[in-house]
Write a protein that binds this ligand. Structure first.
Ligand SMILES: *Cc1c(COP(=O)(O)O)cnc(C)c1O
Length: 379
């Protein structure tokens, strides 16, 4: 008897394990495991989403025209170069599928987003890992991995789970060093959070080359993770490929409506960004006060490092927090077994997480409370 067999590569895939959403603690958990925004979606997005309920017997606009228009207007882009997807995850998979033949190589970085490996393997491609330097993308290391079989390179900038970024000059140097036939995918899922003069999400490179794509998402700062909505800004040829292979109605009507409203609500986005900056800096200094090493981050999460031996290791910390209904993200699958990733939460969530970590590290009650009630760092 011979059962149907999947394409080569598919059984090599380790299924993606999302951040925890259920705790052992009983209470509704403090969920700091998936980099969601603590402020929730824009009220205008909720309103737009609700309105669509009455017409859900109709197919959505398969071209997501209104959403592409709104994005084009907001960022000064050509709407014909935008393709929307059911989360940027869908677009990353379609890009791999569109450009990799079995045996072709796709490069990503040592602690890069896990979806790249899955997308490459699912397309029959060969995943190639480029080492990072100090938990940061290393352009020279990527260029050293290029062979005649390389067809695609995925770079998350900023990267998840490290929170680090490379300046635009480095991205430009990467593009210049890659062969023209290699598609460079810049995954800018956290771009809206970055406040650095030398950072750029990649729009300019997409506009001026025919082999660079930038992907973005509504799941993070815009707070629409449940709706599954992302977009890519692409050269004409890549748009054409994506539009041929995507599902004809890959974006739902509520997602289009909520996406348009979110893009227009710049006040909401700015508030989310300001909250993030304030509390990311606070978390950073509170965690350092606890004696933990923290990787500097430009995104809405921090990578926190624990001693590899002894009672205060990352796995014990995760278990301790989980029992108290606080969910962080284990990142062993990213090659970081001694670290946990914590998303920036509300003020209360941040303070509770810090207090609980202080207890885990053996601080007495008074000291734990003192650190958890630290003021905001002056900026
Ligand atoms: C969260 C995240 C995404 C977004 O995924 P969606 O499918 O749009 O929800 C993409 N890339 C990275 C690096 C991420 O962390």
């Amino acid at each position: 008897m011979s059962a149907p067999t999947p394409r080569p590569g598919i059984l090599d895939i380790e299924p993606y394990v999302p951040g925890e959403s259920q705790s052992l603690g009983g209470k509704p958990p403090i969920k700091l495991s998936s980099n969601e925004t603590p402020l929730g979606p824009s009220p205008l997005a909720i309103e737009a989403f609700s309105k669509v309920a009455h017409t859900m017997h109709r197919y959505p606009d398969g071209s997501a025209y209104e959403l592409r228009q709104a994005l084009a207007q907001r960022y000064g882009l050509n709407h014909e170069r935008i393709v929307c997807g059911a989360g940027s995850d869908e677009l990353l998979s379609l890009l791999a599928y569109g450009y990799l033949q079995p045996g072709d190589e796709g490069i990503f970085t040592q602690h890069g987003f896990l979806v790249y490996r899955i997308a490459i393997l699912a397309s029959g491609g060969v995943p190639v890992v480029a080492p990072e330097k100090n938990l940061r993308t290393d352009v020279d290391a990527i260029l050293e991995k290029v062979t005649s079989r390389t067809r695609i390179v995925f770079v998350a900038n900023p990267n998840n789970p490290t929170g680090s970024y490379i300046p635009f000059e480095e991205v430009r140097r990467l593009r210049a060093g890659l062969p023209a036939k290699v598609l460079l995918v810049l995954d800018a899922a956290y771009a809206e959070y970055v406040r650095k003069n030398d950072y750029e999400a990649g729009l300019e490179l997409v506009a001026t080359t025919d082999n660079t794509v930038m992907t973005r998402t509504f799941s993070k700062i815009f707070g629409l993770a449940a709706l599954r909505l992302g977009w890519a800004y692409c050269p004409e040829g890549v748009c054409d490929v994506l539009n041929r292979i995507r599902g004809p109605f890959n974006i739902s009507a509520p997602a289009i409506a909520a996406g348009v409203a979110s893009i227009k609500d710049t006040t909401w986005m700015e508030a989310a960004c300001a909250h993030n900056e304030r509390w990311r800096d606070w978390l950073m200094s509170a965690l350092k006060t606890l004696g933990l090493d923290v990787t500097p981050s430009v995104a809405n999460f921090l990578l926190v490092h624990f001693p590899s031996d002894g009672p205060h290791n990352a796995s014990a910390a995760d278990a301790f927090l989980n029992e108290r209904s606080i969910l962080l993200r284990r990142v062993s699958a990213y090659g970081l077994p001694d670290a946990l990733r914590i998303s920036v939460g509300t003020e209360d969530e941040n303070r509770t997480a810090v207090k609980t970590l202080a207890q885990f590290l053996g601080r007495d009650e008074q000291e734990a409370e003192r650190i958890a009630q630290m003021g905001l760092p002056s900026t």
